[in-house]
Design a protein around this ligand. Structure first.
Ligand code: AMP
Length: 479
């Protein structure tokens, strides 16, 4: 019996020959799913493991999309390491070479010569790491103005703390009209949320579930004692660093208390409860809708009717009285195909209720360990480090070294005393205020650019507190 036809059979002759030359006779599951989708109109988020055949899954449609008579870069693949850049370039060259497609690996730590030569000839597909790509872009040696396809491979790393500032800068060189696809073995919420910076109206493709899954809300809870609740809430807000959130309380008294507590800690929080005059409630609602308020603390009744399309988080400060209320609360995030996070603080007394609401609503809510103070401090230090590294990129290396050598003894002297350490912290705080990374960018799609953990949504904007959002409102993407 003849083997059943597969999508390799329908490839153009020379690409089919290239696929067969690699010894590929049948598409792997990720290729079966992704190749037709990448030929379509949607941006994709693909959850696929290394070794699953994902390079071929994006490589085949990329090669197909290239106009070989046009010697400009039409596709860009970004990935985190030079090894991966070499490996992917090799595979893309094997697929594209016989079709006349030129692929180029671009990464740091090697001479510029061969890369520049290849760029001048016109590399159709560039595969590279962000640092060197940015280097070429900054010197006008690379032009991404005609990129129609962008692929972020190992996207969980590409969108991580270390790469984010470079990724955002590269984003500004990309044309608005393009397709973008993200491949990663894991798609944590942070990646989904940051993917909105690069992707438009994306479709989620999961191989592990064997089906196309819609973007979903991630639910989890923390078990807390009544005494530590507000402190834990503050810590979770620091760690999660939501772009925007509604914090639901069961009573007006709690709304007042939690709002006051957060405001005192410098969080950009406001409240709506039945206690407030209509005008004050409306003002708070307008601010959260308009994106100039990050945290709205509310009772269920007061929050009824608010429609905010891109609220990233919903937090239940207290377990709702009925299972339906949980659905109403969490339905305020993850709207219009976007992802969202629903976090609950559950006290020991409420655990029975909480189990019941999971049962009734047929959802499994995972318990998370409360982040320790140490983890929190590390996270804040990471944000500072990333910001400083990003700023320093523009200072010549020799000048930087001289300055650092000169300042090391000064810093050592300062850290020797408690007073000196406070001064140093004040310098850092002032530095962070002065060097806010750009998060407000323009978009034609009217969609908000998400704040990133290291992008310091906690310290940009002209307001004074450390947890305030830009007073100019939610950023607009440049796309
Ligand atoms: P990747 O996940 O892209 O690193 O691919 C893992 C390995 O699978 C590589 O060695 C590929 O050459 C190989 N591979 C990819 N697609 C196929 C296919 N359709 N049939 C057989 N091997 C494949």
């Amino acid at each position: 019996m003849a083997p059943s036809p597969n999508l390799f059979d329908d490839l153009p002759d020379n690409l089919r020959a290239a696929v067969h030359a690699l010894g590929w006779t049948v598409p792997m599951p990720v290729q079966e799913k992704v190749i037709p989708l990448m030929r379509g109109d949607r941006d994709l988020i693909v959850q696929a493991h290394t070794g699953s055949g994902k390079t071929g899954a994006f490589g085949i449609p990329l090669v197909e999309s290239i106009d070989i008579d046009w010697p400009v870069t039409q596709a860009l693949v970004m990935l985190p390491t030079r090894e991966l850049a070499n490996q992917v370039t090799q595979e893309l060259s094997s697929l594209g070479g016989p079709c006349g497609v030129r692929c180029l690996a671009v990464y740091g730590g090697v001479g510029y010569g061969p890369q520049l030569e290849a760029l001048e000839k016109g590399a159709h597909i560039v595969v590279g790491t962000p640092g060197r790509i940015l280097d070429h872009l900054g010197n006008g040696r690379m032009d991404l103005g005609d990129v129609a396809q962008l692929v972020l491979d190992e996207a969980d790393e590409m969108l991580s703390l270390g790469f984010w500032p470079d990724m955002r800068e590269i984003h500004s060189y990309l044309p608005a009209k393009r397709h973008s696809h993200l491949f990663s073995a894991t798609i944590p919420e942070k990646v989904r949320s940051l993917s909105r910076y690069f992707l438009n109206d994306s479709e989620f493709v999961s191989l592990s579930e064997g089906q196309l899954a819609p973007q979903e809300i991630e639910h989890f809870f923390y078990l807390v004692t009544a005494q530590e609740k507000e402190g834990i809430l503050a810590r979770i807000l620091e760690i999660e660093d939501p772009d925007s959130a509604i914090i639901f309380c069961n009573t007006k008294a709690d709304v007042r208390y939690v709002t006051g507590f957060l405001q005192k800690r410098g969080f950009d929080a406001d409240q709506i409860s039945g206690d407030l005059a209509q005008a004050a409630r409306q003002a708070a609602m307008n601010r959260i809708k308009g994106g100039t308020l990050r945290f709205l603390v509310a009772t269920d009744v007061a929050a009824r009717g608010i429609d905010i399309s891109d609220l990233s988080h919903v937090i239940s400060y207290a377990t709702p009285d009925s299972p339906e209320v949980y659905v109403h609360r969490t339905g305020r995030t993850g709207r219009a195909g976007k992802s969202g996070v629903a976090i609950s603080l559950v006290s020991g007394l409420d655990i029975g209720n909480f189990k019941h609401l999971q049962h009734v609503n047929k959802i499994k809510i995972e318990e998370r360990e409360i982040p320790s103070e140490k983890v929190l401090l590390e996270r804040i230090a990471d944000r500072i480090r990333v910001k400083v590294e990003h700023e320093m990129r523009h200072v010549p290396e020799t000048e930087l070294k001289l300055q650092v050598d000169r300042l090391v003894p000064v810093v050592e002297n300062l850290t020797a005393t408690a007073e000196g350490r406070r001064d140093l912290a004040a310098i850092c705080a002032s530095y962070l205020r002065e060097h806010r990374p750009e998060t407000s960018v323009t978009t034609s799609s009217d969609e908000a650019a998400p704040a990133h953990p290291d992008a310091g949504s906690s310290d940009h904007g002209s307001n004074s507190g450390p947890h305030r959002r830009s007073s100019s409102g939610r950023g607009r993407r440049r796309r």
